[in-house]
Design a protein around this ligand. Structure first.
Ligand SMILES: *[C@@H]1O[C@H](CO)[C@@H](O)[C@H](O)[C@H]1NC(C)=O
Ligand SMILES: *[C@@H]1O[C@H](CO)[C@@H](O)[C@H](O)[C@H]1NC(C)=O
Ligand SMILES: *[C@@H]1O[C@H](CO)[C@@H](O)[C@H](O)[C@H]1NC(C)=O
Length: 244
């Protein structure tokens, strides 16, 4: 009889903290989904959605799909993925994909990935050019603009807009696009960026470092962090107390 007590208390505390964090965050938190659910699997999601067979093949051959899945197994990592349909690939000029090196194929897929979760209503908060997982924003610029509930994007070579949500769970968002996002860096390389004023080479290094994918994840994750901070710390302390 007594043995059931700690577990009961534990559950109550859990409920209490999740409840708190929901209220404090003032947004529906994913924490209320039952237990540590299996992380999303990009292959399964796209297969189930249909019309993404070329994309799935590309995700497999480049291994980027595996990287996405392993990133998603950490429940704190977030991704947004623009998924071009089979029609999008078939409207590319014949031989386009075959003309790319393995490295370019990897970059092409990574260009469709943003290292943070962006809900449909949050695109308006992004500043351009948006940092993707492919290289830097000079060679691989992606601009996103919104009007009403329309989300448009341009690479400088291709304009398209989100035509549907394939999947969204607060960790991963997959949006359907009807064109392959062709980055300048692969399909129309530009001359190198104009040389910075020769006086300040150190400054340049610093700002490049601050634009790492990790930094952008932190920055976008900052929404609600302030409000959640105290609860998170409390929660960690609670866990530490229970397990130590
Ligand atoms: C988005 O694109 C559509 C056409 O593709 C255009 O009519 C609309 O003005 C664009 N909106 C923005 C905000 O760029
Ligand atoms: C993308 O946005 C940046 C910053 O506003 C702008 O300088 C650049 O010309 C835009 N590129 C395209 C292709 O719209
Ligand atoms: C994309 O849209 C911009 C502004 O709306 C336009 O100037 C440009 O020509 C378009 N590019 C393509 C490839 O359609």
């Amino acid at each position: 009889m007594m043995k059931t007590m700690p577990r009961f208390t534990f559950s109550l505390l859990f409920i209490f903290f999740f409840h708190c964090s929901t209220i404090v965050a003032q947004a529906p938190a994913p924490a209320l989904s039952p237990g540590p659910a299996a992380p999303p699997d990009i292959y399964k999601i796209l297969t189930k959605a249909g019309q993404f067979t070329v994309l799935i093949r590309l995700l497999r051959s480049t291994q980027v799909g595996n990287q996405i899945n392993s990133q998603l197994s950490d429940s704190k990592s977030e991704l947004t993925f623009f998924a071009p349909t089979d029609n999008a690939f078939s409207s590319l000029k014949t031989g386009t994909l075959n003309s790319l090196s393995d490295q370019q194929k990897v970059m092409l897929v990574q260009f469709h990935l943003i290292p943070s979760f962006i809900s449909l209503t949050n695109f308006q908060t992004l500043s351009n050019p948006v940092q993707t997982q492919a290289s830097n924003t000079y060679e691989f610029p992606l601009n996103i603009t919104t009007s009403g509930n329309q989300v448009n994007m341009t690479t400088g070579l291709v304009n398209t807009s989100i035509s549907g949500t394939v999947y969204s769970d607060n960790q991963l968002a997959i949006y359907q696009v009807e064109k392959v996002l062709q980055p300048l860096g692969i399909f129309a390389p530009r001359a190198p960026a104009p040389a910075p004023a020769p006086a300040a080479p150190k400054e340049k290094k610093k700002s490049a470092a601050s634009k790492s994918p990790v930094a952008s994840v932190d920055a976008s994750g900052a929404v609600g962090v302030k409000r959640n901070g105290i609860v998170s710390i409390g929660f960690s302390l609670l866990l530490a107390t229970i397990f130590l």
